[in-house]
Unconditional design. Structure first.
Ligand SMILES: CC(C)(COP(=O)(O)OP(=O)(O)OC[C@H]1O[C@@H](n2cnc3c(N)ncnc32)[C@H](O)[C@@H]1OP(=O)(O)O)[C@@H](O)C(=O)NCCC(=O)NCCS
Length: 216
């Protein structure tokens, strides 16, 4: 085998020298988000650069929020209000026409779909986005999640649903009626299977007592 001349030797770059990964676009941070036209943006907010978000002027964002890749938020009609320490997992879809509120410490896992507006599926009206409103019977009602609500992967939440403080919903559930507080729910439609521990409230208290800049 022929020797390779020294100037033709290819040295693989180490981790630091690698060119940027074209599949990863990173996050916008609060400083950049502030100039984009949101109704409000708190501190330490991160939104993945490949999200699609419309209706920025109707979106209020608290502090310490992370919105991951490929999230779609349609807030051109109704508002989205997000509290502090909220995570919205990748691939989630928030249809905000009737208004959506995610209170402090809420978490949406990946692929959660929240509809505060939905077409009429009974056949008594026309449906879908291409048809004028006067031929449709869209159900519009606000969706509200209390503090510490956690929604598992792939869940669907329908208009008018209110989820009480501290409740969680298992993966692939359909939530079509409001859920009481401090329960673990799952299924289609979601049913309460047991109580959810309130231990997390003590952890919240300890966490918020920690000086800013350490763990938070
Ligand atoms: C709902 C959930 C919290 C229940 O967990 P758990 O309290 O440990 O309950 P178990 O796993 O013991 O399940 C109890 C029963 O419910 C069933 N079950 C659990 N989750 C279910 C779900 N999402 N849908 C339907 N049935 C479910 C289990 O199969 C089991 O049935 P069995 O009694 O007939 O064997 C959990 O299963 C879940 O869905 N977590 C969400 C995870 C997620 O989405 N993570 C994403 C990253 S954060």
């Amino acid at each position: 085998m022929q020797d390779v001349p020294p100037d033709k030797i290819i040295i693989l770059p180490d981790q630091k020298q690698k060119t940027a990964n074209p599949f990863y676009k990173g996050y916008f941070k609060s400083e950049e988000l502030l100039g984009m036209g949101f109704k409000s943006v708190g501190e330490n907010v991160k939104i993945a650069k490949n999200c699609t978000i419309v209706g920025l002027d109707k979106i209020s964002l608290g502090n310490n929020i992370q919105i991951d890749e490929n999230v779609f938020i349609a807030a051109n009609v109704g508002p989205l209000n997000v509290g502090d320490y909220v995570h919205i997992g990748g691939g989630s879809h928030l249809s905000c026409a009737g208004g959506i509120t995610l209170s402090d410490f809420c978490g949406l896992s990946q692929g959660v779909r929240i509809y505060s507006a939905t077409d009429d599926y009974t056949g008594f009206s026309l449906t879908n986005a291409t048809v004028p409103e006067k031929f449709k019977n869209v159900k519009i009602a606000p969706v509200f999640f209390g503090k510490h609500v956690l929604i598992g992967s792939g869940c669907v939440i329908l208009p008018g649903v209110q989820i009480g403080i501290g409740s969680s919903v298992g993966a692939l559930s359909l939530v079509n009626i409001s859920l009481k507080e401090w329960g673990v729910y799952f299924g289609i439609p979601a049913k309460r299977i047991k109580a959810r521990s309130k231990n997390l409230l003590e952890l919240e208290r300890k966490f918020l007592e920690e000086p800013i800049g350490t763990n938070r």
